[in-house]
Design a protein around this ligand. Structure first.
Ligand SMILES: [Zn+2]
Length: 568
């Protein structure tokens, strides 16, 4: 499986003529290609996306409610893969260890391992720990990611007591450090970029990364004189990080002998450079265009390698992305769209004012979490967490307080919708299948005659949750890990504490629409315009493999592309 982190569907069409023969062109020509695949939940972020592809499960059941969320039991902000009980192997002094402990759904890899009495090898690779760990799941043999502090390929003792010899050997080649001072220039003549992306370094590119300009060529140093954390960060923001991941993936195939016997193995490679560059420059920049063209060629190299060693005819290739991205906010502003950067603090201020208005002098009902010695208001991914104990103590209804808070949040410029815990829970109670078969959802028209709507089951409790935005909130909602009030911004706007030039996480098409391509035996190649979601990948792959469906999958098997009898 190949995931490009932050790769919008329209990159495939915008840059189609410029791709190399062996990369995306091959996937689009020889694969089954869904042109209308959207994520059906929010937040459209890295951890939920990588989870969804290989579990078929949205955050509401996978437990991966975001890249991070507030953990009420411990009163801390946690990441999807952070694990204080695990030990890091090969990392730097201040790096935290990671594991799939918070993932609550089985993956394709888990089912493959179960089906083969653990004879299948399942390995995940990425720059980011969450993108390496989550797609392969809890039974994986290994997940590897890159350290932004030691410059090594690293892992954790969740998988093994020490890094395998071949990985240590790879690290001895200084896989990251050898790119110090590398020059990143356009891969094609500038005319192609002027045509498809516009001028280099336009006024809205104003990111002030150390040692960086916004113009080609970029020199990868991070403003440092030798490899350092700033350099590793600069390397993350370049196409070279993907090159490192591809060469490590080739090593994994070779040294772990993936695909060499009759038992199916699974390799998951997530290429992260595109996400970092996309955040910094935005989807219409020359930099994003260049890294899209380069990742195409890097994927071609990987596919050729697999073809030479294992044979693509013996391989099932999955290609997708974890989310899209909004236009660069300042570029939108320059084009008259007027996006808003909505500060969490402004939302909280409006909420506090409103609560104080109806319950003067009452306690501050916003939940607090600890970060080091600081105490912070619990807000993450547009979710506001309330102090449920304080509300109970004072006999205040959560339903009422979140509605007051939601109405107040609506007055903050840029906020257009709000959803409350009670509203979501009432809907789930009345209509347990709403989350799965949502007749009104924009992606899932096939269920429009489902029993749910025919019987006219109590639709009222689901009011506001049955459109494209509401249904995405419902599927993204984990009762333990999500907040009590969810606010949603208008298109092209962003909500948070700080902002990259371009962002993702919203329910809008620029964040939800991604490529879904499956290539290999058992599949009929072609372009499929049927609605689909990346959640459909997992059950389709397990159907082709003839193994159990991941245990919390809500995807559909993409039958339109399956051969009736898989050729073996
Ligand atoms: Zn991102």
């Amino acid at each position: 499986m190949i995931v490009v982190d932050q790769f919008r569907y329209d990159y495939l069409t915008r840059f189609q003529q410029l791709f190399a023969p062996g990369g995306f062109k091959r996937l689009m020509r020889d694969g089954a290609h869904w042109t209308n695949a959207h994520y059906p939940y929010i937040p459209t972020k890295t951890a939920p996306g990588h989870t969804a592809i290989m579990t078929g499960a949205p955050p509401s059941v996978s437990g991966i409610a975001g890249n991070e969320w507030i953990e009420r039991e411990t009163g801390r902000k946690v990441t999807s893969v952070g694990d204080s009980t695990a030990k890091l192997l090969g990392g730097g002094p201040r790096e935290v260890a990671n594991s799939p402990r918070r993932l609550l759904a089985s993956t394709v890899g888990d089912e493959l391992r179960r089906a083969t009495n653990s004879r299948s090898k399942v390995i995940g690779i990425s720059d980011k720990p969450r993108a390496a760990i989550l797609p392969v799941g809890r039974q994986a043999n290994a997940a590897y990611w890159l350290s932004g502090s030691s410059g090594n390929v690293i892992s954790s003792d969740y998988y093994f007591p020490q890094l395998p010899d071949w990985v240590q050997e790879f690290n001895r080649t200084q896989p990251l450090d050898k790119y110090f001072g590398a020059r990143w220039d356009r891969i094609l003549p500038e005319a192609a970029y002027l045509k498809h992306a516009g001028v280099d370094s336009p006024p809205w590119e104003n990111d002030k990364a150390p040692g960086e300009t916004n113009a080609f060529p970029h020199w990868v140093t991070g403003g440092a004189t030798k490899p350092s954390n700033a350099f590793y960060d600069a390397l993350d923001h370049s196409p070279f990080i993907n090159e490192i991941l591809v060469s490590f993936a080739e090593q994994a195939i070779e040294k772990e002998q993936l695909g060499e016997d009759e038992v199916t193995d699974l390799l998951s490679v997530s290429l992260s450079g595109n996400d970092h560059v996309g955040h910094r420059f935005g989807p219409y920049s020359q930099e994003v265009m260049d890294i899209a063209l380069r990742v195409d060629r890097q994927i071609a190299v990987l596919l050729d390698f697999v073809d030479a060693r294992v044979g693509l005819k013996n391989t099932l290739v999955v290609f997708s992305s974890d989310h899209g991205v909004s236009p660069n906010l300042d570029q939108s502003a320059a084009k008259g769209v007027s996006p808003t950067r909505i500060q969490n603090s402004d939302v909280l201020k409006a909420i506090r004012l409103a609560i104080n208005g109806v319950r003067a002098g009452s306690a501050d009902y916003i939940f607090k979490y600890k970060e080091g010695s600081a105490t912070r208001d619990a807000v993450a991914n547009g979710n506001v967490y309330f102090d449920l104990e304080a509300l109970k103590r004072d006999g205040v209804s959560l339903d009422e307080i979140t509605r007051i808070a939601g109405e107040a949040a609506l007055k903050v410029p840029g906020i257009v919708r709000y959803f409350t815990r009670s509203q979501i829970e009432r809907c789930r109670l009345a209509c347990p299948r709403c989350e799965i078969d949502n007749p009104a959802s924009t992606y899932n028209k096939r269920t429009s005659n489902s029993k749910v709507s025919q019987k006219g089951m109590s639709v009222l409790p689901c009011r506001g949750l049955r459109d494209g935005v509401g249904s995405r909130v419902l599927r993204g909602y984990d009762p333990e890990r999500s907040g009590d009030l969810i606010v949603v911004q208008q298109p092209f706007s962003s909500i948070g504490d700080s902002f990259d030039p371009a962002n993702h996480g919203s329910p809008y098409s620029y964040d939800t629409h991604v490529p879904v391509i499956l290539m290999g035996q058992g599949l009929k190649r072609g372009h499929y315009r049927q609605p689909a979601t990346p959640l459909d990948i997992a059950p389709t792959v397990t159907t082709i493999l003839g193994i159990a469906t991941p245990n919390k999958s809500q995807g559909r098997t993409l039958r339109e592309a399956l051969r009736t009898r898989p050729s073996r």
